[in-house]
Ligand binder design. Sequence first.
Ligand SMILES: Cc1ncc(COP(=O)(O)O)c(C=O)c1O
Length: 388
Amino acid sequence: MAFSERVTRLKSSLIREILAAAQRPEMMSFAGGLPAESMLPKTEWADMPRTLGQYGMSEGEPALREALAAEARALGVPCDASQVIIISGSQQTLDLAAKLYIDKGTEILMEGPTYLAALQIFQLFGAECLTVPLLAEGPDLIAMRERLEHHTPAFAYLIPTFQNPSAVRYSESARDAVAALLDEFGVTLIEDEPYRELTFDGGSARPIVSRLNKASWIYTGTVSKTLMPGLRVGYLIATPDLFPHLLKLKQSADLHTNRVGQWQALQWIGTDHYRQHLVGLRSFYRQRRDQFEAALQRHFNDLADWNEPQGGLFFWLTLKQPLDTRTLLDQALAQNVAFMPGEPFFSDPDANPGYIRLNFSHIDPARLDEGLQRLAAVVRSALAAKAA
Ligand SMILES: Cc1ncc(COP(=O)(O)O)c(C=O)c1O
């Protein structure tokens, strides 16, 4: 069959397969980045105007664009509503950016590790991924400068606040230094922030786009982690040089984001009840994080190291003895435990064995201990088999 040349690069997504297995009710899943079921807010639909059944504007609903621009300005992002496009989840920003920038062989700059669905879409379009290792408080700045001195990436894709998968939050000085480097080398920044609101210590993290003086940027966010991923509502804010191109690509992709979801999002964004909901969400997930860490201490203390996440939805474990964690998957699933191997979060998976990403938000606390105990047993038996 004659498919496009790019489809030959479409990798089967491990996460899709794992998430399919994780749907089984008996499964203890640490795999996806799912909100806790009980924290999906109760929504009202009765007042939704019938006119929303009509086609809408590609840019999105004007009132929602205004509300999101106001929220972004409050974070220090210089923008107005004319720079906002409502998109079908922030995943669509990555798709639009790939179409805007990437031909076969186009170099882009990413963190190592990075969000695996971003790797997947950028590689589908043929990107060469230059990676910068992530350290505890941000990217390795020496490596970043070195990449920028020797290459001209079309853009840098970064997740500076509670990164997926590593949970790293860039420090203030790392944010300033990254902005200065991108300005110096004139590299466009795509800053992806789905986890910004899920902060447990209230620490400051002004977006990097707000620190740029010259470079172009796209800032993207979503209601998936704070309201409902099923709404499929996210947004991007872009500098005026990029905006018209992104808008045309949005139009050609799906005309506009579903208006029903946009209306629901507008019932929340910028309101007091949304702020109250976020306060509840933070303390709920902070508690889940603490319970999870206590269980990790019980079962993984001798097997792995980790940093306590100060926000977001994940623990990122570094095994004390590296092994390809993809090889653990079948055994874990057979034990009704789903997790995300770390290798697919790297552009060069085989060179980066020995990491595991564990989601702490979704698991039923009553099954947490059992799930981690079983997973630890799988790791232990693989290590024993390796040593034998
Ligand atoms: C870093 C990152 N970007 C984008 C997304 C996609 O989110 P959305 O549901 O808004 O498409 C996710 C979801 O897990 C994510 O972790």
